[in-house]
Design a protein around this ligand. Sequence first.
Ligand code: PMM
Length: 311
Amino acid sequence: MVAGLEELADVGRTLVMGVVNVTPDSFSDGGEWFEPDAALAHGRELLGEGADILDVGGESTRPGAGRVPVEAELARVLPVISALAAEGAVVSVDTTRAVVAERAVAAGARLVNDVSGGLADPAMADVVARTGVAYVCMHWRGHADVMDDLEDYDDVVTDVRDELAARVDVLLAAGVRREQVVLDPGLGFSKAGSSNWPLLARLRELEALGLPVLVGASRKRFLGHLLARSDGRPVPPLLRDDATAAVTTLAAASGAWCVRVHAVRASADAVRVAAAWGRARDEVVGPGDGAAAEPTDRPRAGSDSTARPTT
Ligand code: PMM
């Protein structure tokens, strides 16, 4: 169970995190929800489609993007977080800054989603320790303006796993509890197209660290390249949602704790399909017999079910 997210502990399936980018320049939705009212309406819509968590971000991580001033980031995310949290949503803040994380938690965020795994801001671990908030520690090697130059791996899966394990050690040394931490392989972040597939196919190796794993494949470049048309051009982000849902299904079947997606409905359906499939399999072979390296400290995706949220 992830600290502070008790009501999501027993759903018995992979969770779905819906993306609410309050940015003018994200690669995936290009500023559609930049105004606070539009972001709020979008968040409500995603809840209605079955999102378990809403991830509110005010700084684009699109390749090549520059930094947003901290005051601008705060002004973008805080009103949206407090309004959605006041309506009862489980809200996450997508930030690499400790001060934004702390203010967002005060405004009602229950999860800090840090794509830098604490590397961008050395004060982040202390904020996470002091507030006790749940924390997504993503694999990261550098900011958006340099990340594509930092793609050198011996074996991408073991390198990512080892670098994440080192980040967890730093977090624990700062007083963060293990129950607060969720891991994320950071698909697309310092990962060339072909590096992303082994990370997905060998998700169990990350899960073997004994922490829940979040997968963020939604609309990413490697899907655009996979689906490239005959002229070789990648399909644009808005045409990558079906492939995203396919990744959701496979990630759920591989035991992912959560998927982070822009188009929620298809993934909300996909995680339920994977859960039903897993339950039927377990009735025949028994829990754990059908998969290697099954984590033991949390329910399998597919071991139970609940009805789709009706909000
Ligand atoms: N990807 C993006 C942003 N935030 N957070 C996590 N935990 N994992 C990811 O893969 C991830 C993320 C990329 O930008 P987007 O908001 O446009 O999807």
